[in-house]
Write a protein that binds this ligand. Structure first.
Ligand SMILES: [Zn+2]
Length: 332
């Protein structure tokens, strides 16, 4: 058993002290009516995405009362304790890629254990709180578009992305059991992102009944492809006029395009050779990069309009995860 089970703790004053005191991954139970279903919350599946744990800490400090029993999972405690906090402990699999087919390592075992606890508790909903590493507005991530899932998103934001890629996330593993969504609160460390998380968490935990449908339209985008670095490509982000020493240099201001349209012909960066330095992986795993990008005389350009989200301009994030996802508006 690697998950510590805790009941209604009052945390110390600071999140840092709290993290230092936790033994490791923990499940906090907040009390509520025993005869009614619990609600599940997950925070810190990625150690450098603090809005969820900051919101939970504030919620507990303020002594608020949830309407239902709440099971609150705090995931990557060890990764969060490193300086600076990291997404995942070095050498381990990304925890939020371990839930559908848990790998044979520490995070695979942790994922299996959490799924087991969720199966036994049988909550009526699950919300998994994350941050982006780049500038993004808050949005939900859905793996289905049932009204009850949209209603969970609406506690936090009116914008959502339908993710049709199979990544092995917690919500993919749980969604057949109860409405399950991710909330990306905005950039890690931004006070607005913490506020989005806190307000949404209060609304979710304190709703007398979970709404069966959202009260207003939630704009849903459909995730089409995921841009990753091609094998052997080295990457830097550069400003205009800066010298370049990597095989791919992307514009440092690209993240301003998150949830915005990149026009056809827009210069994205500069690369060596004529082959595309990025892969655009679609749902079936095929590379569609040549639909979106072309290289001309060492310049990487957009072949057609597209809308990126979750763009990060930190090379280590791009190397370990991806550059961005592309989305289309999804008719409901
Ligand atoms: Zn995350």
């Amino acid at each position: 058993m690697s998950i510590a089970i805790l009941h209604a703790p009052t945390p110390p004053d600071s999140v840092e002290t709290w993290l230092a005191e936790l033994r490791g991954p923990s499940l906090l139970w907040l009390p509520g009516p025993e005869e009614l279903p619990a609600r599940a919350l997950s925070v810190l599946l990625h150690g450098n995405e603090p809005s969820g744990i900051n919101a939970l800490h504030r919620y507990l400090q303020e002594g608020r009362t949830p309407a239902r029993r709440a099971m609150c999972f705090i995931g990557a405690v060890e990764a969060a304790r490193t300086l600076p906090p990291s997404r995942v402990v070095a050498g381990r699999n990304d925890l939020n890629r371990c839930f559908v087919q848990p790998p044979d390592d520490a995070n695979g075992a942790l994922a299996s254990e959490l799924l087991d606890l969720l199966r036994r508790a049988d909550p009526e909903a699950l919300i998994d709180v994350h941050n982006n590493s780049g500038h993004n507005p808050a949005y939900g991530v859905l793996v289905d578009t049932r009204p009850a899932s949209l209603a969970l998103v609406e506690f936090f934001t009116a914008r959502a992305v339908l993710n049709q890629l199979h990544l092995g996330t917690l919500i993919e593993a749980q969604v057949d059991r109860c409405p399950s969504v991710v909330i990306e609160c905005g950039q890690a460390g931004a006070p607005q992102a913490d506020e989005v998380a806190y307000r949404g968490l209060c609304a979710y935990l304190e709703a007398e009944e979970l709404p069966a449908a959202p009260t207003q339209a939630v704009q849903v985008y459909r995730n089409s492809v995921r841009f990753e670095l091609a094998a052997g490509v080295s990457l830097a982000f550069v400003r205009a006029g800066q010298s370049r020493s990597t095989s791919l240099a992307l514009r440092a201001d690209l993240e301003a395009f998150n949830f915005q349209c990149v026009p056809r012909g827009e210069v994205l960066g500069w690369c060596e050779g004529e082959s595309l330095p990025l892969i655009a992986r679609d749902q079936s795993g095929d590379d569609r990069a040549s639909d979106y990008l072309y290289v001309e005389a060492g310049t990487l350009c957009a072949k057609r309009e597209f809308t990126p989200i979750m763009m990060s301009t930190r090379p280590e994030v791009v190397i370990n995860d991806c550059l961005c996802y592309l989305v289309d508006e999804h008719p409901l």
